[in-house]
Ligand binder design. Structure first.
Ligand code: NAD
Ligand code: UGA
Length: 472
């Protein structure tokens, strides 16, 4: 009887979506909140099976994640496909489902596809028999919390739903550290008595490990906009430094020196000033396009165009990198072998969504090149999936036959006409280029991440291009 009461008193959280955000976020909450039982649910059976499977083969790779899952799984952290059941028993429901860019209909290619969020809201409305706080964890356009509320009203039982916005700021590759030591936790709610109470309940979860001064509370609109704006600001810094890298390429300036000089100003700060082949990742592009669309929707064309430029420069940067490779191969890459080092959109993750490697490789293949890919963390299957998605029906098989995969750098680089570094994996920083050069007739490196020291490699490399430094 006492044990039963104890179990009943435990607070029940459900998280819908066991992806890059849902999985790690709930693992960290479970670790820090032993009084809560957390069930992470997903309609993707394979994903749930692998969350429940071998601890070394979780569906998401994040440094430190497997240790936390090992400590909490089946104690107060559970992974399940039983979505309706988990909704029923939870007092707090996080929605961490995907919010991709719309592929059809009004706002196609720009606006956010809210169908996954709406499906969740419908399912919650259908299965709820008690009061619940719904937490919008997914990144979504302004007004989404209101839309969720509207859908929840289709439940005709005498129960109360409170919708809260609690956007996530973790970055992949450093997710566990970002969740354990966040710069801030943002919680937006309705400015009503019930709304404030719900905000406090969510803040209480975080108070188990985050100090009060880092918990920011706002209204719903501000919270939703702050998430989009944060990503837009970060991406804007990269596009700004990348635009200047182009000027460096055509003059004597060196972008690393310029970044250092700019970043030393404490008002500007030194983070996110690394020039690159272009930013990737599942969110920057989609979130900025969402912002661009929203501004247009409200008739703010100038504001819309201002943010659109951040995405346009990113595309320009990737295309320019490919053009420079082609120029350096006598403007003809037909049947030339180009080695791609790195497929992930950044180091320490196996995520490839919107990775610069996809666009760069697609363009190289279209111009007739053959490519060989090496990435320490990304599987051959993921790479094939990315290429198929990018080509859709345009003779995918023809291009797939021109891609090879390698499980080590030396064999990937053998007989290569150009080696393009597209992810900044640490192991690429210490490659012995003298060994590589023995197996190539002329060693040409296109360093899209500026990770090599041109002085150090000078004697083993025939040609070297980087981003924002014309000297070699
Ligand atoms: P993801 O694609 O990795 O995971 C989403 C999961 O939700 C999928 O496994 C999918 O099967 C599941 N899902 C979709 N609809 C469902 C439904 N009706 N019922 C049950 N499960 C359902 O996506 P993610 O990268 O975790 O991103 C989730 C959200 O978080 C997005 O809005 C994204 O913008 C935002 N975000 C992502 C990151 C990141 O680093 N990936 C960081 C901050 C915010
Ligand atoms: C980004 C934000 O950093 C997170 O705060 C946010 O929560 C997340 O998006 C999201 O909403 O999804 P993420 O995309 O995981 O996180 O990774 P970042 O570290 O931001 O890198 C994004 C891209 O920019 C990568 O391709 C990276 O290589 C590139 N980058 C980053 C640069 O080219 N230069 C830099 O100086 C920094």
């Amino acid at each position: 009887m006492v044990i039963k009461e104890k179990i009943e008193k435990r607070k029940q959280i459900c998280c819908i979506g066991a992806g890059y955000v849902g999985g790690p976020t709930m693992a960290v909450i479970a670790l820090n909140c032993p009084d809560y039982d957390i069930t992470v649910v997903d309609i993707n059976k394979k994903r749930i099976k692998s969350w429940n499977g071998d601890i070394e083969k979780l569906p998401i790779y994040e440094p430190g994640l497997s240790e936390i899952v090992h400590k909490t799984r089946n104690k107060n952290l559970f992974f399940s496909n039983q979505v309706d059941q988990a909704i029923k028993k939870a007092e707090i429901i996080f929605m961490a489902v995907n919010t991709p860019t719309k592929q059809e209909g009004e706002g196609k290619g720009m606006a956010t596809d809210l169908s996954f969020v709406e499906d969740c809201a419908k399912r919650i409305a259908m299965n709820s028999e008690s009061n619940k706080i719904i937490v919008e964890k997914s990144t979504a356009p302004l007004g989404t919390a209101m839309r969720i509320s509207e859908i929840l009203q289709t439940n005709k039982m005498p129960i109360n739903f409170e919708v809260i916005s609690n956007p996530e700021f973790l970055a992949e590759g450093t997710a566990i550290n970002d969740l354990q030591y966040p710069d801030r936790v943002l919680i937006g709610g309705e400015e009503t008595k019930n709304g404030n109470r719900a905000v406090e309940k969510i803040a209480d979860i975080y108070r188990n490990w985050v100090s009060d001064d880092k918990i920011i509370t706002t209204n719903l609109w501000s919270s939703e906009l702050s998430k989009l704006a944060s990503n837009a600001f970060l991406a804007q810094r990269i596009s700004s430094i990348n635009s200047l890298s182009v000027l460096c390429d055509v003059t004597g300036a060196n972008i690393k020196q310029v970044s250092r000089a700019i970043g030393a100003d404490s008002r500007i700060g030194d983070k996110f000033l690394e020039a690159s082949v272009g930013f990737g990742g599942s969110c920057f592009k989609k979130d900025i396009l969402n912002l661009v669309y929203l501004c247009k929707f409200y008739g703010l064309d100038e504001v819309s165009e201002y943010w659109h430029q951040v995405v346009k420069i990113n595309l320009y940067q990737k295309n320019r990198f490919v053009s420079r490779i082609i120029e350096n191969l006598d403007n003809n890459i037909r049947n030339k072998k180009i080695t791609i080092l790195g497929w992930a959109f950044k180091k320490n993750t196996n995520d490839t969504r919107e990775s610069a490697a996809i666009d760069v490789s697609t363009r190289l293949l279209k111009k007739g090149a053959k490519i060989t890919v090496y990435d320490p963390m990304v599987s051959k299957e993921s790479i094939i999936y990315d290429i198929k998605e990018n080509f859709k029906d345009q003779m995918t098989s023809k291009f797939l036959s021109k891609i090879k995969f390698s499980d080590n750098i030396l064999s990937a680089a053998k007989d290569s006409d150009c080696i393009a570094i597209l992810t900044e994996w640490d192991e690429f920083k210490s490659i012995d280029w003298s060994k590589v050069s023995k197996n190539t007739s002329s060693l040409f490196i296109a360093d899209g991440r500026n990770i090599l020291d041109s002085e150090q490699i000078k004697n083993s490399v025939d040609k070297y291009i980087s981003v924002g430094n014309s000297k070699f």
